[in-house]
Design a protein. Structure first.
Lengths: 447, 181, 322
C-alpha cells in the first residue's frame, strides 16, 4: 500500500466541511508557513521537493515560481487551473469534490509564497456543482479567518475566488485560461511575454494545476526533503492517476511515483486488470494527447526493463517506443477496441477544441478529423495514411500553443504502432464499417 | 462531425431585454466584486451561466445585450464569448438538454450505444429537439467523468454509469419533473 | 543596438525589434511573408504562421538553436541571433504546408474575386503553393453577406487574420463585428444583422489580405490590373485626404489608402494615413481630387503592367503644379 499525501482523508465522512477537515489536521500548513516561514522559505521547500507540474507538462513547480517577476507596486496573481478537460483525466474533479479544503489550503500557502493577495481558481464550467462545493468551502475558510485580511494575525491578506469556464478544452492552456478569466474568448496568447512577466490583466501571474497546488500542503507540513524521498529520480512524490477505459476498477488512485505499470493495471489494490476477462490491446497512459502504447510496450520498455509510473520511465524510448505520464489520465483499451475509431474520436476532439486562431491547427485538425472519419467508415485510401502522417508533422511545432502538438501526437503514434489496422480499414471497407460495435448507422454519417 | 456552421443572423433584437430579479442582482454584484475595479468583464462567463439559467436556458440577443449593459461592455464582446464556449446555447433548446459525452474513454465503454438509444427513444438525431419540445439531444466532448462512463450531463447534474435501462428511467423522471413547467 | 544575421546578412536594429521588422530593414526576398501581422495594428500577428523562420542561434550569450520554427513577426531579436529564412529548406517546407492549410478551405475563386491581382494569399500560393490539392473533403462554406451598404464579406475567402477586428478596435469607437465560433468554424461576423457604421470602418477593406472584405462600390467593376493607380489628395476634414485613386481613363473606379510594398497603409507626416469612408466610397469624381502622379507599384506585380504608361499631361501637371 502506497503512502497517501493528498487523498489520505478523502473518505472521512464530512471531510468537505471545514470542521472535519480541520480536525483531521487541515490548515496546519497555513499555520506553519505564516507563523514560522518566510515566503522564500516556502518556495525553497517546494524546490527541494522536486514537485513537477501535475497538469501534464511536468515542469518543476518551484522553478516556475522562481520565474515570477516581482516589480514594485504591481499586484501578482496565482491562478489555479481547474479546467480539467484532457480526455481520460478526472482527478482534479475528484480532489475538489471530495476534499475541497485541501485545494484552498494549498492556495493560501502558495499565494503566500508568491506574494499574491488575490488568487483565483478557474474551474471548467461543466463542473458547476464542484464550483458550488469549493465556493462553500471558500466561505468557510473566510469565516474561520483563513482567508481575508490579516490571516491568523500574520498581517498577510488574501482574497480567493472561483470562476467558471464555459466549455473549452483550450482554456487549460495557461494563457487561454488567463484570457478566459478576463472574460474573453479562450485564444492562447503569443509568447513571449510569458505569464510570469505579463499575465492576468498584464500583471505577473503563475498558473498551477489543482493537484500541484494541493501537493504544496504536504510539502510544507513535512518538508520538501521528506516529499522528495518518495518516488524515483526526478519523479518525486505521489501522483493522482485517473484510470479509465476497459478496466475492472476504473477510478482515481493516488500512487507513489515509481509503481510498476504492471502492478497498477493488474493488481487488485489498483485497477484490478482488464474488464470482462479480456486482454489488453493498448494504453494511453497520460491523457489523450500522449502517444498510444501497443500491448508489448505497456508493462515493458523496448529494452525489456519494467515500465514504471514515472515521468522518465513512461517516456523511455522517446516517441518511437515510449509515451508520457502527462496528466495521469490512464486510458486502457481491450482487445476488441478499434484503434482507427479511437484515433478518429481523439482527432475529432481536438478539431472541436481548436480555438481557430492559428492556421496549422485550425485547418490541420479539421483535415485530419475528416480523413480519419473516411477511413473509419470504409471510404479511405492507402495514401490517406501517409497524408495523415504528413499533416500531423506539419501541425506539430508550428502552432501558437501546444494544442497543435496534442492533436498531432495521438495520430502519429497510432499510425506508428497500428499501421496495419489502418491499412485493414482500407482493404476491408465493408467489414470496417461493421466493426464499429455494430452501429455503423451511428450519429456521425459521412456527409 | 460538427454542425455545419452558418452565419447565425438573429433578427430578434426587437424583443424586450430580460432582467435579473433583485435577489439575483445581489449575486451579480457579488461576482463583479471578485475582480478589481474596471475588470468587471471578468464576471462575464459566470453571469452568462446565470442568464442562461434564468432566461429560458439559452442566450438570446436581448439577453446578451442586457448582460453587455450590466457589465458596461460592447454587445459584440458578449457574442464573441457566447459563441466560443460550447456550454452556451445560442439557439433555443428544448426544456431539458441532454449532453452525452462522446469522447474516447466514454466511447470505450459504450457511449455510442447510449447516444443511439436516446436517438431511437426520442425519435430525434443529435442536435435535434423532440417533437414535444421536451428534450434536446447534444453530444459533448470529454466532461471529466471518464472512469464513470458512459455518462451524460443534464443541467448541473452528471448522470454516470449509464445503461439503456437507466437512460429510460432518467428520461421518465425528467419528463415528469418538467412537464408542468 | 543589437546585431542580428538574417540569411547571412548582418543588420543592426533597436533592441526589441522583431525578426520580421529586422528583415524588413534589410528588404528584398529576405523578408518573410506576413498574412496576419500588420505593423500599424497593435497586437496583430502570430496567427497565420506564414512568417515562420528558423533561428539557428538564439543569441551571442546563448547560441543554441531554437528547436521549433518561430513566428518572425512576434519574436524579438537578440544580440548575435542568427536567423534563416530563404536559406532554410525547413522554413520553405513548412511555409508550403501553411500555404496548403490556408488553401484547403479557400474557394479558389480568384477569377471572380475583386482582390485578385493584389491578394496576399495569391502571392503566397504563387511562391509557396503546390500544384494540385490533396484535400478531398468538402470545403467549409458560408454565404456572402453585406456589412452595411458599402462592405461585402465573403467569409469563404477569409483566413482569420483578425486584422479587421484590430482595425475596428483601434480606429473606430465601437466595434460591431468580431470573430464568432471557434476552430475551423470560426467566422468574422456582426452576429446580428448590423452595419459597420463609422467614419473609418472602410479601412477593414484595406487591411484585409484576401478578398474577404471588399468595397461594394467597386465590386465587379474592373480587374485591378486594368486600372491606373494614381496618388491623389483632397481637402478632407476627417482624414489626411491622401489616397490612391484607381482610374480607367478619366474615371475613378475606386479609392484606397496608400499601401506600401507590404500592403500596409503608409505613414504620412508621421501618422498612418488611414482614409475616411467619405474619401473611399463617395469621392469618385475626379474634380474632387488633386492627382499627384502615378503610384509606384512593384514591377513584378500584375498591376504594374499599366503603370509605365504614364500620362504625359499628368506628369506635366505634377511638375508645374497646374
Amino acid at each position: 500500500m502506497g503512502r497517501k499525501l493528498l487523498l489520505e482523508h478523502a473518505n472521512v465522512p464530512g471531510i468537505e466541511s471545514f470542521e472535519v477537515y480541520r480536525k483531521n489536521g487541515g490548515y496546519r500548513s497555513v499555520e506553519k508557513a505564516l507563523k514560522t516561514m518566510s515566503p522564500q522559505n516556502v518556495v525553497e521547500e517546494v524546490q527541494a521537493s522536486g514537485l513537477r507540474g501535475r497538469g501534464g507538462a511536468g515542469f518543476p513547480t518551484g522553478m516556475k515560481w522562481s520565474f515570477l517577476a516581482k516589480p514594485e507596486g504591481v499586484p501578482r496573481y496565482l491562478l489555479c487551473n481547474a479546467d480539467e478537460s484532457e480526455p481520460g483525466t478526472f482527478k482534479d474533479r475528484y480532489l475538489m469534490e471530495k476534499i475541497p479544503h485541501l485545494l484552498i489550503e494549498g492556495m493560501i500557502v502558495s499565494s503566500y509564497a508568491l506574494g499574491c493577495n488575490q488568487s483565483y481558481i478557474y474551474i471548467r464550467g461543466e463542473y458547476m456543482w464542484v464550483l458550488e462545493i469549493v465556493e462553500k468551502a471558500i466561505a468557510e475558510a473566510y469565516a474561520n479567518g483563513f482567508l481575508g485580511k490579516n490571516i491568523l494575525g500574520s498581517g498577510y491578506d488574501l482574497d480567493l475566488a472561483i470562476c467558471p469556464g464555459g466549455g473549452a478544452y483550450i482554456c487549460g492552456e495557461e494563457t487561454a485560461l488567463i484570457e478566459s478569466l478576463e472574460g474573453k474568448r479562450g485564444n492562447p496568447r503569443i509568447k513571449p511575454p510569458f505569464p510570469a512577466v505579463k499575465g492576468l490583466w498584464g500583471c505577473p501571474t503563475v498558473v498551477n494545476n489543482v493537484e500541484s497546488i494541493a501537493a504544496v500542503v504536504p510539502i510544507v507540513n513535512d518538508g520538501g526533503a521528506e516529499y522528495a524521498k518518495i518516488g524515483i529520480g526526478k519523479s518525486t512524490g505521489t501522483k493522482l492517476i485517473s484510470a479509465c477505459g476497459n478496466l475492472v476498477k476504473p477510478g482515481v488512485y493516488e500512487i507513489e511515483l515509481g509503481l510498476s505499470v504492471e502492478e497498477f493495471i493488474y493488481s487488485d489494490e489498483w485497477c484490478g486488470g482488464i474488464a470482462n476477462g479480456k486482454k489488453i490491446k493498448a494504453c494511453v497512459p497520460g491523457g489523450s494527447s500522449v502517444p498510444i502504447l501497443p500491448a508489448n510496450l505497456i508493462t515493458k520498455t523496448a529494452e525489456g526493463t519494467d515500465r514504471l509510473m514515472t515521468y522518465e520511465s513512461l517516456a523511455e524510448g522517446g516517441f518511437a517506443t515510449g509515451s508520457m505520464l502527462g496528466s495521469g489520465g490512464f486510458i486502457v483499451f481491450d482487445e476488441d477496441q478499434c484503434i482507427v475509431r479511437n484515433t478518429w474520436n481523439f482527432a475529432r476532439f481536438y478539431a472541436h477544441e481548436s480555438c481557430g486562431q492559428c492556421s496549422p491547427c485550425r485547418e490541420g485538425t479539421g483535415w485530419m478529423e475528416k480523413v480519419l472519419r473516411r477511413l473509419e467508415y470504409g471510404q479511405g485510401h492507402m495514401h490517406d495514411i501517409d497524408l495523415l502522417a504528413e499533416i500531423n508533422k506539419k501541425i506539430e511545432g508550428n502552432t501558437i500553443c501546444p494544442l497543435g502538438d496534442a492533436a498531432a501526437w495521438p495520430v502519429a503514434a497510432a499510425i506508428r504502432h497500428f499501421r496495419e489496422e489502418f491499412e485493414w480499414h482500407v482493404t476491408h471497407p465493408d467489414e470496417a464499417v461493421k466493426r464499429n460495435f455494430g452501429i455503423a448507422s451511428n450519429h456521425m454519417p459521412l456527409v | 462531425m460538427h454542425k455545419m456552421s452558418i452565419s447565425v443572423t438573429h433578427n430578434s433584437t426587437d424583443q424586450a431585454e430580460p432582467q435579473f430579479s433583485a435577489e439575483r442582482m445581489v449575486e451579480v454584484q457579488r461576482i463583479i466584486n471578485m475582480f478589481p475595479e474596471g475588470k468587471q468583464k471578468s464576471a462575464l462567463m459566470r453571469i452568462l451561466h446565470m442568464a442562461e439559467e434564468d432566461f429560458g436556458g439559452w442566450l438570446s440577443v436581448p439577453t446578451m445585450n442586457y448582460v453587455a449593459r450590466l457589465l458596461d461592455i460592447q454587445p459584440i464582446e458578449v457574442y464573441e464569448v457566447a459563441t466560443f464556449y460550447t456550454m452556451f446555447n445560442i439557439e433555443k433548446p428544448g426544456k431539458v438538454v441532454l449532453e452525452v459525452c462522446r469522447t474516447g474513454p466514454c466511447m470505450l465503454v459504450g457511449s455510442d450505444q447510449i447516444i443511439e438509444h436516446i436517438e431511437q427513444k426520442l425519435d430525434i438525431k443529435v442536435g435535434q429537439t423532440s417533437a414535444d419540445g421536451m428534450f434536446t439531444l447534444k453530444t459533448a466532448e470529454c466532461l471529466g467523468a471518464c472512469g464513470y462512463g458512459p455518462m451524460l450531463q443534464c443541467g448541473k447534474h452528471y448522470h454516470e454509469h449509464l445503461t439503456p435501462a437507466k437512460v429510460d428511467e432518467l428520461l421518465d423522471t425528467l419528463r415528469k419533473e418538467h412537464s408542468d413547467k | 543596438m543589437v546585431k542580428v544575421i538574417i540569411d547571412d546578412i548582418e543588420v543592426e536594429v533597436e533592441p526589441g525589434t522583431t525578426i520580421l521588422n529586422a528583415a524588413r530593414q534589410i528588404g528584398g526576398d529576405v523578408v518573410p511573408p506576413a498574412m496576419c501581422y500588420y505593423s500599424k495594428l497593435q497586437g496583430s500577428g502570430g496567427k497565420c504562421r506564414t512568417c515562420l523562420v528558423e533561428v539557428a542561434a538564439g543569441s551571442a550569450a546563448d547560441p543554441r538553436p531554437m528547436p521549433k520554427l518561430v513566428a518572425s513577426c512576434s519574436t524579438p531579436v537578440m544580440d548575435g541571433m542568427v536567423v534563416k529564412n530563404k536559406t532554410s529548406e525547413r522554413v520553405y517546407d513548412n511555409r508550403a504546408a501553411v500555404t496548403e492549410f490556408l488553401l484547403i478551405n479557400h474557394p479558389l475563386d480568384c477569377p471572380i474575386c475583386d482582390q485578385a491581382g493584389e491578394c496576399h494569399l495569391q502571392d503566397l500560393g504563387f511562391e509557396h503553393g503546390k500544384e494540385g490539392t490533396r484535400y478531398e473533403e468538402k470545403r467549409r462554406t458560408f454565404d456572402p453577406i453585406d456589412i452595411g451598404d458599402k462592405i461585402k464579406l465573403h467569409m469563404n475567402r477569409c483566413i482569420l487574420c483578425y486584422r479587421c477586428v484590430y482595425t475596428a478596435n483601434q480606429l473606430t469607437d465601437q466595434r460591431v463585428h468580431g470573430v464568432m465560433h471557434r476552430g475551423d468554424h470560426a467566422e468574422i461576423s456582426t452576429y446580428i444583422e448590423k452595419a459597420i457604421d463609422n467614419d473609418f470602418s472602410g479601412n477593414v477593406i484595406d487591411v484585409c489580405p484576401v478578398g474577404a472584405l471588399t468595397d461594394k462600390t467597386f465590386r465587379f467593376k474592373s480587374r485591378v490590373w486594368f486600372l491606373k493607380p494614381m496618388e491623389a489628395s483632397c481637402e478632407c476634414t476627417k482624414c489626411a485626404g491622401k489616397a490612391v485613386v484607381w482610374m480607367f481613363g478619366d474615371e475613378i473606379y475606386r479609392v484606397t489608402g496608400r499601401k506600401d510594398k507590404y500592403g500596409e497603409i503608409e505613414d504620412i507626416d508621421g501618422k498612418t494615413a488611414w482614409i475616411c469612408n467619405e474619401c473611399r466610397f463617395d469621392k469618385k469624381d475626379k474634380t474632387k481630387w488633386t492627382i499627384e502622379g502615378p503610384r509606384v507599384i512593384n514591377r513584378h506585380s500584375v498591376i504594374s503592367q499599366n503603370q509605365y504608361l504614364v500620362d504625359e499631361r499628368l506628369e506635366t501637371k505634377k511638375l508645374t503644379g497646374k
